[in-house]
Ligand binder design. Structure first.
Ligand SMILES: [Zn+2]
Ligand SMILES: [Zn+2]
Length: 217
């Protein structure tokens, strides 16, 4: 069964090779096929995982590569474990929660920006409006002063001045050329969390995986 050439390796390597073949007999098979790395065709064994053949030296290298890949998987698992613990301790850190946070912040910023723009526009026009009201009131004040000075006013004058005062007051409080109007177009988009029911197979598979994870923890 151990039809391999071992004359070019030292005793300890040969022993190790034989030992390796003995314990791996159910997983590795000997053949005359060339080593995929060095093309040597003596004493090659085939890896049942990838079906490639290797000499002893390169089989060791191949195992080393698989071992490195295993270590990488282990590291990825450790990182995942760390992330999961982090989210379990503080669900606020979860990316989906962050997505809601970002929507909230974006919406607040949008509302503040829109309100500020509206305020600036309003300030500009109210300043113009107030100076117009100031002029109207000054004109009326002048006429009142003249009326008092001349002492020649009658009922119709009093009625007119009263009307003008009321007009200025109304125009001051509710300018006819400026309005605050709310649009029917929504400024922010609605946010909603949708939960999809998974079928039973998925749930049991997930539970199994989680149990395994707990065991491995
Ligand atoms: Zn080789
Ligand atoms: Zn392989």
């Amino acid at each position: 069964m151990l039809h391999t050439t071992t004359s070019n390796v030292n005793t300890s390597e040969r022993d190790l090779f034989i030992f390796f073949l003995q314990i791996s007999v159910h997983r590795w098979s000997t053949s005359k096929v060339q080593c995929v790395t060095c093309a040597k065709d003596k004493g090659t064994v085939q890896c049942h995982g990838c079906s490639q053949s290797f000499c002893f030296k390169h089989l060791t290298d191949h195992r080393q590569q698989l071992s490195q890949q295993f270590d990488e998987i282990q590291m990825t698992r450790d990182l995942l474990r760390q992330t999961l613990t982090e989210y379990s301790n503080n669900s606020q850190k979860h990316p989906l929660i962050n997505e809601i946070d970002r929507w909230e912040q974006h919406s607040i910023n949008l509302i503040r920006k829109t309100a500020e723009e509206a305020r600036q526009k309003m300030k500009k026009h109210t300043t113009e409006h107030l100076s117009k009201m100031e002029k109207n009131l000054n004109d009326l004040t002048k006429r009142l002063r003249e009326g008092r000075g001349n002492d020649d006013f009658v009922e119709i004058d009093l009625q007119q001045w009263n009307q003008q005062l009321t007009q200025i007051n109304e125009e001051l409080m509710k300018p006819t050329n400026i309005k605050v109007k709310q649009s029917s177009t929504p400024l922010i988009t609605m946010i909603n969390v949708e939960i999809f029911d998974k079928n039973m197979t998925n749930i049991s598979a997930k539970t199994k995986w989680m149990q395994n994870d707990v065991t491995a923890n």
